[in-house]
Design a protein around this ligand. Structure first.
Ligand code: GCW
Length: 711
């Protein structure tokens, strides 16, 4: 690079830029070029070296090329700048701009206090006319860059006090349930509602590395730093990713590395048999351990920053240690032993239950299963095992209590698993903004109101927790997520994983600003207001027109879309509502039910035990009550069912009306896609309302006190 000139885009990596073509192969999600306008008009100095610093340089250069700014990389001469990104440890340069900015940053850091920046944190401060971003490690600069983008002009406000940012959770991970080969029932992406996979197609890599890189960029801008690239249900083709097809995984890792995203792999517990030709996968067998150790070394030879394995074992037909009379600690520890010397972790899922239950058997309770299997193993897992627990005891329902496992394993690293893909929350055909729900879960205090929160458990002591994981929701769809507004869930996941205390409405506001930049929007206030009106409460709206009061499921078996009140009632899956002519709900009390309430620490064990103290929204999860039971809200259960279902549909109709006011204000393709999906949401919500209301009216014989239409 010519020492006398600022950096030019073509001198940097990534010249094949998908966003620069005229015909979008994909819509820009939350980082359209316009989101970089404020940054791109500045004079920017980047100081430091390394892959991630190059990414910062590239991003800034691209923005400056578009909006007239300039960028310098570690100049040794004096330049006038508006913005400095500097690594604290990088060599001191004669450039006075760097020197001044760095010392101002150091002063600000001392002022803000509260410990080191760490390997992903950063400081943002003002030094006279200059905005300074300081970090100890390159990843901090990358996150600092996206922070500046989010702030737009506010990053250059002279009055802005210094801020220090560090992620609350070390691992912020997305699990892709993407199949390499198309599964005969589940398709290319299990529970995928956004077309095919961005990684795989028909048994091979999809081959669009630019798209994967763009994805990494979106994830980095929301704070995600790890992904697993294949389904936790590992079939024959997918198993091969660990060995013969490792190159396909390495290719993805290479593309995501510049955005600070580590790649993990779902593996089958039976790999020593199906890939290694051994006669057993017994975790205590020496040959099996040696096979895993050698195989894992090969993985790291090819992918030195490989994250580790994700395992679904002894669950829904996947192989596991039970076959050999071993337990989950034996299984997880064996993989952990192979990964430990190489710096990897094993994410061992706690989603283990009997999926061949007899509906006549009232003693087995699926909600109990994860705790019954895992709590007794606390203290036995190696330090590089993370036990990955679904946030609720059953399965990603619209409303569930928080899983008692989260509070039951103090000597184990716990990761909490959320579901961004909307399997049970409208399948990206319905607007269902999940930020408020996740926020409730993350703030929930399992030991009682004064105790630590779920997010604290996931963070662990001094950051040693397992972090937050979510099932991803993107695909090769033109809008990434099928429903364009479902992007906001992906964004919210990353931002809440970075800081679980963030107000979800503020996070949504960020997403709106980034996705519909005010400078490119005809009436930004109208757009912002309308999106908040549609999205803020949309999860509660969805809850209103679907299964009532925490009872869950009531979906069509198999695809889990749309109402099927008795769809699972006489199946083997353990998800029942027990409605009869007198009442509805599952008795999970210690006194007369399955005893599940006893899995909670005393505070909640007591609150949930009695219908008098149990929160309304979870009443039917914990209790079987008569239809005339009066809720804390003052309504009876049956009248609540009717009222919420009528209200839910009215709210969806209002959403659609509001959306129509944006016609002509935003990208017509986005407008049309959302409009179509809102039509489907109105149709489907109406179906839910009528089936649920009719079902309970017929069971109970109780009329709606407002005399509305029930069939
Ligand atoms: O919710 C259920 C899904 C399955 C999924 C399973 C799991 C990947 O219906 O499709 O399998 O959870 O979490 O393993």
């Amino acid at each position: 690079m010519n020492a006398d000139e600022s950096v030019h885009l073509e001198q940097l990596m990534f010249v094949d830029d998908p966003m620069e073509t005229n015909e979008p192969r994909v819509h820009a999600a939350w980082l359209p070029p316009e989101a970089f306008r404020s940054l791109g008009a500045r004079r920017v100095l980047v100081h430091g070296d390394g892959l991630l610093v190059d990414t910062v340089l590239y991003e800034v250069s691209r923005a400056c090329a578009r909006y007239g700014g300039r960028v310098w990389h570690s100049p040794s001469w004096d330049v006038d700048v508006d913005l400095v990104f500097a690594l604290r440890g990088a060599d001191e340069l004669p450039s006075s701009a760097v020197r001044a900015a760095r010392s101002a940053g150091e002063l600000a850091l001392a002022e803000v206090g509260d410990g080191p920046l760490g390997d992903e944190g950063f400081l943002l401060a003002r030094d006279g006319d200059v905005t300074v971003v300081l970090a100890d490690a390159p990843a901090g600069l990358l996150y600092g860059l996206f922070h500046v983008v989010r702030l737009c002009a506010a990053a250059f406000d002279p009055e802005r006090p210094p801020e220090r940012h560090r992620p609350a959770l070390r691992r912020r991970m997305l699990d892709h349930w993407d199949n390499v080969a198309v599964h005969p029932v589940m398709g290319q992406v299990e529970r995928g509602y956004a077309g095919g996979s961005i990684f795989w197609r028909d048994g091979r890599p999809r081959g669009d590395l630019a798209r994967i890189r763009e994805y990494g960029r979106l994830l980095a801008a929301s704070g995600v730093n790890a992904i697993s690239v294949n389904n936790v249900n590992v079939a024959r083709t997918e198993a091969l990713l660990l060995t013969d097809r490792l190159g396909d995984v390495a290719e993805i890792a290479d593309v995501l590395r510049p955005y600070h995203i580590r790649v993990h792999l779902s593996v089958t517990f039976a790999a020593p048999v199906v890939l290694g030709g051994l006669s057993t996968a017994d975790p205590l067998d020496e040959g099996v351990r040696a096979w895993w150790a050698a195989t894992t070394r090969t993985v790291y030879d090819r992918i030195p920053d490989f994250g580790g394995y994700v395992v679904k074992a002894d669950s829904e037909g996947q192989p596991g240690p039970f076959t050999y009379g071993r337990d989950h600690a034996d299984g997880a520890n064996m993989l952990a032993e192979a990964l430990a010397p190489l710096g990897g972790v094993v994410h061992w899922r706690a989603f283990v239950y009997n999926h061949h239950q007899d509906w006549r058997d009232r003693s087995t309770d699926r909600a109990r299963a994860a705790y019954d299997h895992f709590a007794p193993l606390d203290g036995r897992f190696r330090t590089n095992v993370v036990v990955q627990v679904k946030f609720g005891p059953v399965d990603f329902q619209t409303r569930e209590p928080v899983s008692p496992v989260i509070a039951a394993m103090p000597a184990t690293r716990i990761a909490v698993e959320l579901q961004v893909t909307q399997e049970y929350t409208g399948q990206q055909r319905h607007v269902c903004h999940l930020g408020p729900w996740w926020s409730e879960v993350l703030r929930f205090a399992p030991w009682g109101p004064d105790g630590r929160a779920v997010a604290d458990v996931a963070a662990g002591e001094s950051g040693a927790g397992g972090g937050l994981v979510a099932v991803a929701n993107v695909g090769d769809d033109l809008f990434w997520t099928g429903h364009p507004l479902a992007q906001a869930n992906l964004y919210a996941f990353g931002r809440l994983a970075w800081d679980p205390r963030r107000d979800p409405t503020a996070v949504l506001d960020e997403w709106i600003t980034l996705t519909f930049p005010p400078s490119a929007t005809a009436d930004p206030d109208l757009v912002r207001r309308t999106l908040h009106e549609i999205m803020d409460d949309s999860w509660r709206t969805y809850e209103r027109y679907t299964a009532p009061l925490g009872v869950g499921f009531m979906v069509n078996p198999g695809d889990h879309y749309g109402p099927g009140v008795d769809g699972y009632e006489y199946t083997r899956w353990g998800t029942y509502h027990f409605a009869d002519r007198d009442g509805v709900g599952v008795d999970r009390t210690r006194a007369s039910g399955t005893g599940f309430t006893g899995q909670y620490p005393p505070y909640w064990a007591q609150v949930y035990e009695s219908p008098e103290t149990c929160p309304d929204e979870l009443l039917l999860f914990f209790h079987h009550v008569p239809y005339g039971h009066v809720l804390h809200s003052g309504s009876t259960v049956i009248q609540h069912i009717y009222d919420t279902h009528f209200a839910g549909v009215e709210e969806v109709v209002a959403m659609r009306r509001r959306w129509r006011t944006l016609n002509g204000m935003i990208d017509p393709a986005v407008y049309e896609r959302v409009a179509e999906r809102l039509d489907e949401q109105v149709r489907c919500a109406t179906e839910w309302r009528d089936q649920i209301n009719t079902y309970f009216h017929r069971k109970s014989g109780v009329p709606d006190e407002r005399g509305r239409d029930i069939y």
